[in-house]
Design a protein. Structure first.
Length: 264
């Protein structure tokens, strides 16, 4: 079985799918996703895979399907504006983020954020009456909100979730501490208000590199005798110690050995 990666709009991102024959990068295809049939663009050449249970590329998209899809994309703006107006009229506690038509107008999805459960049954009825298609409301979290809307991160680049992240991994304070970062919310939080996803990118490397480091406060032996560790620098692979006469000296970590219990 062969698979390839296909890029879609909105929250779907780039997904690995079971491929049909004769696909190449740039081909527009129809794929079977959990929300229905969607149009995407092949991002990688098909290759052999052992993965099971992949969703499938159904077929190459016809010129008619591509043209119809482009027409639907232009209609999404009107659908969004009307839904937003209805939400305001009904005073529903929800923030509308995006409207999305599926192929052949099979379904019209509205993505929204709310901190509470929302009874949107009357809203759906009004929208179905207006658009004459199946309506689906999808409530998303604050990280998904950032993925849909986008924004600029502390690094000065467009946020990762908008550019390339397909799914969100768990990011914890432990990852931040492992990298010796200060607990400064403005520096470690993304536009979504949650810990930045990039804190997880180098976490594994820091864990691996710190295996040979003694803990701060421990007694060690150095080329200049016994000392106490006061700082570790993982990136430069150095350890700063305080010697018996109060001096601060920095050594490569390979030249420092932690004293075992009972050693003097």
């Amino acid at each position: 079985m062969k698979s390839c990666r296909v890029k879609f709009d909105y929250l779907t991102g780039t997904v690995e799918l079971e491929a049909v024959d004769d696909l190449k990068i740039g081909d527009q295809v129809v794929a079977d996703l959990d929300k229905g049939e969607c149009l995407g663009v092949v991002a990688t050449e098909p290759a052999e895979t052992l993965k099971e249970g992949l969703r499938k590329v159904v077929r190459k998209a016809s010129p008619e399907e591509v043209a119809d899809y482009q027409v639907l994309k232009r209609k999404e703006g009107y659908a969004f504006d009307l839904c937003k107006r209805k939400i305001a009229e009904m005073r529903l506690p929800m923030k509308l983020l995006r409207a999305e038509y599926l192929l052949r107008s099979a379904k019209l999805l509205f993505y929204f954020f709310s901190e509470d459960r929302v009874d949107f049954r009357d809203l759906v009825k009004e929208l179905a009456k207006e658009f004459k298609v199946r309506i689906e409301m999808r409530q998303v979290g604050v990280r998904d909100e950032a993925k849909i809307i986008g924004g600029i991160g502390n690094c000065g680049n467009v946020v990762c979730c908008k550019r390339f992240l397909n799914s969100f991994s768990i990011v914890s304070i432990k990852m931040m501490k492992e990298q010796n970062l200060l607990l400064n919310p403005s520096k470690i939080s993304g536009v979504c208000g949650r810990l930045m996803c990039c804190l997880g990118y180098e976490y594994g490397m820091y864990v691996e590199l710190k295996k040979d480091f003694p803990k701060v406060g421990k007694r060690v032996t150095t080329p200049q005798g016994e000392a106490k560790v006061i700082k570790n620098n993982v990136l430069t692979q150095t350890v700063t110690v305080e010697t018996g006469d109060g001096k601060e000296v920095t050594f490569p970590v390979k030249d420092v050995r932690q004293l075992k219990s009972g050693e003097t």
